[in-house]
Design a protein. Structure first.
Length: 114
């Protein structure tokens, strides 16, 4: 099985973006129905996503995105939570970039159409 992540130069990232964001956040663990590691979008960036949510969501408030952390890019979806959004960090991304709980990470995020 191939890895869900890819490596691509950042300057080509986000060409298909409805909204392109750069932000930093702390990696945390949420023990919901399935345990995941996430980064919360800052309020200002979450508001920018909310502004385009109706045109890009494919249901339940979930927003399709392409994310870039370090040199690792992957397709995923933002999860709505308490008026903001959470970016899930796949195990393969965390391993490729050496990311652990509590780390402060820089993320580039492209909100895309489904």
């Amino acid at each position: 099985m191939t890895s869900p992540t890819s490596r691509r130069a950042p300057e080509t990232f986000g060409e298909d973006a409805v909204v392109l964001l750069d932000f930093s956040g702390e990696v945390f663990h949420w023990r919901g129905p399935a345990p995941y590691h996430f980064v919360a979008l800052p309020e200002e960036d979450a508001a920018a996503v909310q502004d385009v949510a109706r045109e890009v969501t494919y249901g339940w408030g979930v927003i399709p995105v392409r994310a870039l952390l370090g040199g690792t890019e992957w397709p995923t979806s933002l999860f709505p939570k308490n008026g903001g959004f959470l970016l899930p960090l796949r195990v393969s991304v965390r391993k490729a970039e050496g990311v652990a709980l509590g780390d402060l990470v820089d993320v580039r995020l492209a909100v895309v159409r489904p």
